[in-house]
Ligand binder design. Structure first.
Ligand code: GRG
Length: 320
């Protein structure tokens, strides 16, 4: 019955999206590639995870990817966005996630990587993203998710880290990047994700936050990131994963959201964009495909809403 509903509204061009992702690597000279050179490892994570959700990770030359990822590691233990670039928590998580996809985290010097991450925790429990010191709840998520995947959460003060995240909770039930900062769906994903990973979801006011999150759905069926803003496929990840983690996903119209995501596909050349008829990119292709997976669209691997990796990858890591 549910399958019939999905097919009536247009289908996911899964093969086209696979081809689109596989050809990105070959187009190293185009403008998009030049602009994203500094965060290539992050783009690789989004692309490879999308391929895995689509069941096509085998189409990638695993050894080449792994040796390139390892050559992005800095002597401090952290990873840069590309070879020779400075390390940052974002790229360090992407490297760990890529190695997790290929079941290869054991090739890491785990104590060294976790020392790099734990050194970025500040006295109040917050995290800086790199040696330059900016603080943001995104960095709390990056550190907590990375260390959890490496089974090394004991290397940080988890209690303090949670305390800092809770101090960023607002009266509307959402979370911002620092205490008192406006609630935004992206930050909410980071805070709720970090609280889910550390077993601290009891700090979330689930009904209040659920209400704020479900109000992000606009007429077209798409979701926005905060009040009065335009819908964007990326929020099919940030909002939906948060709603699932707090068990309030039934509060939105899922069918309308599926339709919105499918309308953002480039049916001819593959890839998904932020809104219908805009240019596609690898990030929105992940957000669309992963969003559809969270909505239980047929034929896709299930994704873990906190770790942003396929559930089978997470089970393989934790049930070992
Ligand atoms: C592994 C899934 C995963 C994530 C890593 C870096 C990170 C952790 C999460 C980022 C969360 C975040 C802040 C997402 C929002 C990104 C975004 C679209 C910001 C745009 O903000 P505005 O103000 O857009 O330009 P709006 O939509 O509010 O107009």
């Amino acid at each position: 019955m549910r399958l019939i509903k999905f097919y009536r509204m247009g289908q996911l061009a899964a093969e086209k999206h696979t081809k689109y992702i596989l050809q990105i690597e070959k187009k190293k000279d185009d403008i998009e590639s030049a602009l994203t050179e500094h965060l290539r490892i992050n783009g690789a994570y989004w692309g490879l995870t999308t391929l895995d959700i689509l069941g096509n990770l085998k189409a990638v030359e695993q050894e080449t990817v792994i040796s390139w990822v390892m050559s992005c590691q800095h002597e401090s233990g952290g990873f840069g966005g590309n070879i020779g670039h400075d390390p940052h928590l974002l790229y360090t998580l992407s490297a760990i996630q890529i190695l997790s996809l290929f079941n290869k985290t054991q090739i890491l010097n785990i104590p060294k990587v976790s020392t790099y991450i734990s050194a970025l925790q500040n006295k109040d429990g917050s995290f800086s993203g790199d040696k330059w010191g900016e603080i943001d709840t995104r960095f709390s998520y990056l550190a907590i998710c990375s260390l959890s995947l490496l089974n090394s959460l004991d290397k940080i003060n988890v209690e303090k880290a949670v305390e800092y995240i809770v101090s960023c909770k607002n009266l509307d039930g959402g979370f911002g990047c620092t205490p008192g900062a406006e609630s935004h769906s992206g930050q909410i994903f980071c805070c709720v994700g970090a609280l889910a990973i550390t077993g601290c979801l009891h700090y979330v006011d689930k009904d209040l936050l659920g209400w704020w999150l479900c109000e992000r759905q606009v007429k077209s069926g798409g979701l926005n990131g905060r009040p009065e803003k335009l819908p964007d496929v990326c929020y099919s990840w940030w909002v939906l994963s948060s709603l699932i983690m707090i068990d309030r996903v039934d509060w939105i119209d899922k069918e309308k959201l599926v339709k919105f995501i499918l309308e953002c596909q480039d049916i001819e050349n593959g890839g998904i964009s932020d809104r219908p008829d805009d240019a596609v990119d690898v990030f929105h292709t992940y957000f669309g495909v992963a969003g559809l997976s969270l909505l239980e669209y047929p034929g896709l691997k299930a994704v873990d809403p906190a770790y942003a990796l396929p559930v089978d990858v997470i089970n393989r890591l934790f049930l070992k």
